[in-house]
Design a protein around this ligand. Structure first.
Ligand code: ZN
Length: 169
């Protein structure tokens, strides 16, 4: 028992993240700290890195003001989540083709980004400590975020299909 102060402190700095809406100490910065901690875990333990690309793309889609400013960056993260959810078996090949396409800096129209960001956040992923549960939660988080982006599904699928039709270089 700590006699120096109350056992429970209400953090006055718990505010919503401007990206995903998570209520967290430090708001947007606190949310980013959770993501940084997740990044550190993935580097330290490969069991938590199996779907790393999907985790990064999902976080970026939930924080577009920071990570999806240009049409190219939005396209990279949006197609990444699209491929993770809808093209699971060929994820690496399709992502590589998209990477080659975007590296040529195509002229893209950036669609309006939906206000809703889905029901799960990085905080949910951070509650997991078992690798199988982590993988399941990461998948659910990506799907929930993809669902929140339904107004731009057609644009995302168009970009993925465009790459599928491109000659391999
Ligand atoms: Zn956030």
């Amino acid at each position: 028992m700590d006699a120096a102060g109350p056992a429970v402190l209400i953090a006055p700095t718990e505010i919503p993240c401007t990206g995903c809406g998570l209520i967290v100490e430090g708001g947007t910065d606190g949310c980013q700290a959770l993501f940084d901690a997740e990044t550190a875990r993935a580097y330290a333990d490969a069991r938590f890195a199996a779907r790393r690309r999907m985790v990064v793309d999902t976080y970026c889609l939930q924080h577009p003001d920071r990570y999806c400013v240009s049409a190219i960056s939005l396209a990279a993260h949006l197609t990444g989540v699209c491929v993770a959810v809808e093209h699971r078996g060929v994820e690496d090949a399709v992502n590589a083709a998209i990477q080659r396409w975007l590296s040529r800096r195509p002229q893209l129209d950036k669609p309006a980004i939906p206000d809703g960001r889905g029901t799960l956040t990085i905080a949910d992923l951070r509650t997991t400590s078992d690798p199988a549960e982590h993988a399941r939660l990461a998948e659910a988080w990506a799907r929930a975020t993809w669902d929140a982006y339904s107004p731009v599904h057609a644009v995302a699928r168009g970009w993925v299909d465009h790459v599928d039709r491109e000659p391999r270089d």
